[in-house]
Design a binder for this molecule. Sequence first.
Ligand code: ATP
Length: 250
Amino acid sequence: MTDLLTVTELTRSYGSFVALDRADLTVAEGARHALIGPNGAGKTTLLNLIAGTDLATSGRIAFAGRDITWQRPHRRSRGGIARTFQHPSVVPVATVLDNVLLGAWHHHTAAPWRRAGRRRIADDCRAILETVGLTGLEHRQAGELSHGRRRMLDLAVALAGRPRLLLLDEPAAGLTDADVTVLLAVLRDLSDDVAVLLVEHNLDVVAAFARTVTVLHHGRPLVTGTPAEIQADPAVREAYLGRRKVAETA
Ligand code: ATP
C-alpha cells in the first residue's frame, strides 16, 4: 500500500516539557489506523500537528508526497486533511444542513454561485447526512441535537470536505452503546479512498475498527502492529494495557 502520510522525527515542546518526542508514523492510503496510549501520551498533540492547528518544534510531515510541516491549516484542509475534535465543533445556532454546507463549500467541484451548483452541493450534503444517520434532522438547529448526534454531525462536516485523510479524536467519547454501534457502522462503510487515523481510548472500538494500531507512550511511538500483535506485545502490556485487553478483531 502507498504511504499517504509520513511523519518523521516530529517533536513538539512546550517550554521544557516535550509532549511529542521525535515521533515517526506512517499512514497508508485507505488505512484504518488507530493511535492509542495513556492520557498525556501526545495523541491529540500529534493530530493537531498533522491538521496544522499547532506547529512542530522540529521534524517533518509529508502528505501525498508534499512537505506540509509549515502549511497553514486551511491549506491542509483543502489538500484533503479533515478532522473531528474531542468536543464536537459544530455551529450550534446553524441548522444541521447548514453546518454540513459550511464544511462542503470550499471543497466541492460544483460552482456555489450558480443555482444548479448550490443544489448539487446541498444534495451531496444530504447524502452525507444520510450516511451518518441524520436524515430528517437537516432543519434542526445543531445545538438542539443530543451529544451522540452532534458527534455524527461533526463527522458529517469533516466528510463534506472530501478528505483523503480523516483524523478522528476520540469519536466514541461520551457515546451510548447504541451510538457506538452507529459510529462503527458509519466508519466501516467509509470509502477506501479515505484513510482514517483514529485516536481512541475505547479499546473495543479500536479492535472493531482498526487494521493497524500504533501505541504512543511519553510522546514516542512504542510499537505498531495489528490489534492482535498489539495485544500480545509485552512492552505494550507493561506500558499501557496492564490488565486491559485489546479484543480479537472480529
Ligand atoms: P488524552 O488521552 O488525555 O487526550 P493525549 O495523549 O491526547 O491525552 P495530549 O493532549 O497530546 O495527550 O497532551 C500531551 C501532553 O502535552 C500533556 O501532558 C499535556 O498536558 C501537554 N500539553 C498539550 N498541549 C499543551 C499546551 N498547549 N501547553 C502545555 N502543555 C501542553
